[in-house]
Design a protein around this ligand. Structure first.
Ligand code: UTP
Length: 294
């Protein structure tokens, strides 16, 4: 019998962290609502998941994150006002956000780590492979990053971790893959082992894990058995390491450019690049930048 090809229908968005690197901006406002030009970070991620064929979005929220629900909800007052003023283009923008996908929210009562946040989605995901998108990693690419990964998953039918090659000592900020390229598809990296935030001289490669994952549901069993790691938090990388003992895991060297918008420097750079490429703002913004006496 031919094995059943599993589809990726659900995407989990951990959004319950404290966003301490952006204080004071994130004291009362979720980091995931910071905007690149005019769109919040999380919306870029949700649009990517939808483009990859996901129809159910699961957002892990927590205290002070209610505005995320408002953002993706229908806004009657806003829509009525825009309609009465015949602002049709803006009305379309407002409506599109609330029609993106079916979105469900579940809470992580304390930010006990990324692994713990993903575990909160266990019941909503059920027994099927699913995507995880970290909303502060923004990837620009011709084919959306998660779509590339879903296509690779159709080949592998096993967990896949978005990966990119980082320069020199930067590897110490990431989960690092000990891996070898698959002979049939060099974008796929067969993972032998993983090291979280290695010292540069001890890193087995320069292949860093980024905020895009496709995981098999066995990850939930792993998350339930591992103990808290670095910083007393339940680490997703520890659970994936445990998963490696049961099934194959691949890295996926995606095509595209990633911005670490969870970091101030990365956020500022992404803002400038997105503004330069913006269809209406771009040309005048470029002119203004050129005139700056740097
Ligand atoms: P980060 O480490 O980038 O987010 O986690 P953070 O902890 O909010 O930010 P800093 O480091 O304090 O500035 C990546 C993603 O995982 C979520 C975050 O909301 C973010 O989207 N996360 C993290 C959770 O949902 N729960 C957690 O316990 C930790």
């Amino acid at each position: 019998m031919t094995p059943r090809i599993q589809k990726i229908r659900k995407a989990v968005f951990p959004a319950a962290g404290m966003g301490t690197r952006f204080l004071p901006a994130t004291k009362a406002m979720p980091k995931e609502m910071l905007t690149l030009v005019d769109k919040p970070l999380i919306q870029y991620g949700v649009e990517e998941a939808v483009a990859a064929g996901c129809t159910e979005i699961i957002i892990i929220t927590g205290r002070g994150k209610a505005v995320l629900e408002d953002h993706f909800d229908k806004s009657y007052e806003l829509e009525a006002t825009l309609a009465a003023r015949h602002k049709d283009a803006l009305l379309e923008v407002a409506r599109t956000v609330s029609h993106l996908a079916k979105i469900t929210y579940t809470r992580q009562s304390e930010p006990l780590g990324l692994g713990h946040a993903v575990l909160m989605a266990k019941e909503l995901v059920g027994n099927e492979p699913f995507a995880v998108i970290l909303p502060d990693d923004i990837v620009e690419s011709d084919v959306p990053c998660m779509k590339q990964m879903v296509e690779a998953f159709h080949e592998t039918q096993t967990s896949i971790l978005g990966s990119e090659v980082v320069e020199g000592a930067a590897i110490q900020n990431y989960g690092c893959l000990d891996c070898t390229p698959d002979p049939k598809n060099p974008r796929l990296l067969a993972v032998k082992d993983m090291v979280e935030k290695p010292k540069p001289e001890e890193a087995p490669s320069q292949n860093a894990i980024i905020g895009r994952y496709i995981l098999t549901p066995r990850i939930f069993q792993m998350l339930e058995t591992i103990t808290p790691g670095a910083g007393g938090e339940l680490q997703l990388t520890d659970a994936i390491k445990a998963l490696l003992r049961h099934e194959k895991v691949y890295g996926f060297s995606y095509e595209g450019k990633r911005h670490d918008a969870g970091d101030k420097q990365g956020f500022l750079r992404a803002t400038v690049e997105f503004a330069l490429r913006h269809p209406t703002l771009g040309p005048s913004f470029r002119g203004w930048l050129k005139d700056l006496q740097l």
